[in-house]
Design a protein around this ligand. Sequence first.
Ligand SMILES: Cc1cc2nc3c(=O)[nH]c(=O)nc-3n(C[C@H](O)[C@H](O)[C@H](O)COP(=O)(O)O)c2cc1C
Length: 172
Amino acid sequence: MLDLLMKRRSCRKFQQKTVETDKIEKILLSAQLSPSGKNACPWEFITIEDKETLQKLGDCRKPNQPFLPQAPLAIAVLCNTEKSDTWIEDGSIASAIMQLEAESLGLGSCWVQIRLRESNQGKSSEEYVRELLGVPKHMAILNIIAVGYPEERLPAHTLNEIKTERVHKEIY
Ligand SMILES: Cc1cc2nc3c(=O)[nH]c(=O)nc-3n(C[C@H](O)[C@H](O)[C@H](O)COP(=O)(O)O)c2cc1C
C-alpha cells in the first residue's frame, strides 16, 4: 500500500487510449466499497467518455482545465446532500479511493475541484456541470476525476516530503 501511495501522483497528460470497461467497473466498485458516515453511501457517479462532453467539461473551471478534454474518461462525483451531513467527507474518501484503484490498475488520475469553484462561463462550476450532465438539484457535485493511461508520470513522492513535526504524540 505504501509503495502505491508513494508512486501515485496527479496525472495531467494522458495517452489517447480507451480505458477498458473492466477497469472502469473496478474503479466504480472501489468507490462504492468506501467507508461513509453512518454507512449512508450518499455518493453517485457519472462516467463520461463522450469526446464532445469531455471537451465542454474543460470549461468547468476558470482558468479551464485543458487536461480534461484530453482524458479518455472522467468520473463526476455527486453526493446526495439530503442523505447525509458528512457527504463532503464521504465523497472525498470515495474520490481518493478511486484515484488509488486507478493507480493500482496502471492508470493515472487527477481530481478537478467543482464545489466552491467558478467556471470559464461566469457561472459556478457546479451549475455549469449540473446543466451539462443533467444532474438533479439534490445532488451536489463535488469533483470530477480525470482518468486515463499516463502520457507523462510525475516523479514518485519521497520520504523527504514527510514532516515529522506534523505528528504529535499524546498532546499537541
Ligand atoms: C481537494 C482537492 C482539489 C484539487 N483540485 C484540483 C484541481 O482543480 N485541478 C488540478 O489540476 N488538480 C487538483 N488537485 C490535485 C492537487 O493539485 C494534487 O493532488 C496536489 O498538488 C498533490 O500532488 P499529487 O497528487 O501529485 O501528489 C486537487 C486535489 C485535491 C485533494
